[in-house]
Design a binder for this molecule. Structure first.
Ligand code: AMP
Ligand code: MG
Length: 347
């Protein structure tokens, strides 16, 4: 067990960031808030420091990390070149929840990219994250600060649950505003969303025109299939409980869920329904929790991981409703389908 120090950055965003920056420079591990989820960071130019991230998370070695920078100009050292499209995207969406994947330069260690010749880079808008990276004076390699496979942490309590004693320092920035990880975009001739997030396909298209979505975003990988983003290979975001997703109109989903809930309960299973404001009245007499309004997908995204964590050990089955895949719905369904292992029920 390591000694873990925790700082509250809620009232004062740069609290503890000098200390934490020093730890990063010395090769240690620091958890920090971003607008998406909490990150588990180490010196992104130090392969040995980066290895510790994989150990603390239990992350498969072939899943590359994102480098976090504090200034747009920092990308010059990390990418071979910055294309016009890349520049446009950085100008439109940085700082913010957009990660860009481009050809890497030789200073980026293989431990970060899992041996790929590209590297993913992002500039967060979170003040604590930016202060930390500036204090460290190096790009910070950081995946989400959860134990590999579990839902990403969106509060300091989630981080404490997974990382206490495994990291040198935790910067507590309160609740993460977006609550799902960044959009990962492969910048190539045909820009492709490898992972949907807070910057939507529609937003990207308004700046650079047509944008593809990788097939793995909404469907499971077939055996032996190669994948542009190695992270999509793994069972992800999964609570202990089974997750079952219903598809259809609101009425159809409510019908499916009520029927399956009764069946599961008859087998002695504890269940909960992640209902929307619009469907809650259908579930009277059953255990349900409101994840948001079906017309406010942002709120549903912000609550998803924390609800999955909350019910992970508390119930046997979590029932959830699907949403349409426009705007933030694409990111929501990507995470929900993966959490369920693609367990989907339709009428
Ligand atoms: P995490 O930081 O845990 O949110 O995961 C980072 C995500 O970005 C994973 O899904 C990775 O597979 C993906 N990623 C990181 N670097 C690259 C890269 N060079 N090419 C493609 N995907 C990447
Ligand atoms: Mg992650």
């Amino acid at each position: 067990m390591m000694d873990t120090q925790i700082f509250s950055c809620i009232a004062q965003p740069d609290s503890g960031t000098k200390f934490a920056g020093q730890i990063v420079r010395q090769g240690g591990l620091v958890v920090f808030p971003t607008e998406t989820v909490y990150g588990l960071g180490a010196n992104g130019l130090d392969g040995d420091a980066v290895k510790k991230i994989f150990e603390a998370k239990g992350r498969p070695q072939d899943n590359p990390l994102i480098l976090h920078v504090a200034r747009k100009s920092d990308v010059k050292d990390l990418w071979l070149r910055v294309s016009d499209i890349t520049r446009k995207l950085m100008d439109a969406f940085w700082p913010g929840p957009l990660t860009l994947v481009c050809q890497k330069s030789s200073i980026v260690p293989d431990e970060v990219t899992a041996g790929l010749d590209t590297v993913a880079v992002r500039m967060s808008s979170n003040k604590t994250a930016l202060a930390l990276i500036r204090a460290a004076g190096v790009p910070i390699a950081a995946p989400s600060a959860n134990t590999s496979g579990r839902p990403s942490p969106t509060s300091a309590q989630h981080v404490i649950d997974d990382m206490w004693g495994k990291v040198d320092c935790i910067l507590d920035g309160g609740q993460c505003a977006i609550g799902l990880e960044s959009t990962v975009l492969l910048v190539s001739k045909k820009p492709t969303i490898l992972r949907p997030g807070g910057i939507t396909r529609e937003m990207l298209q308004s700046v650079i025109g047509d944008v593809d979505v990788a097939q793995s975003v909404l469907s499971p990988l077939k055996d032996g299939e190669t994948v542009a983003s190695p992270g999509m290979k793994y069972k992800h975001y999964a609570p202990e409980a089974d997750v079952i997703v219903a598809c259809g109109t609101l009425m159809e989903m409510a019908g499916i869920i009520k029927r399956e809930y009764d069946k599961a309960e008859a087998k002695g299973k504890k269940c909960v329904i992640l209902a929307s404001k619009e469907t809650q009245s259908f579930y009277r007499g059953k255990k349900y929790d409101i994840i948001g309004s079906a017309t406010e997908k942002k709120d549903m995204c912000a609550n998803l991981f924390s609800k999955l964590r909350q019910y992970s050990d508390a119930v046997d089955v979590i029932f959830a409703e699907s949403v349409s895949t426009d705007d933030m719905g694409l990111a929501y369904m990507n995470r929900l389908l993966r959490a369920s292992g693609f367990t989907v029920l339709t009428e």
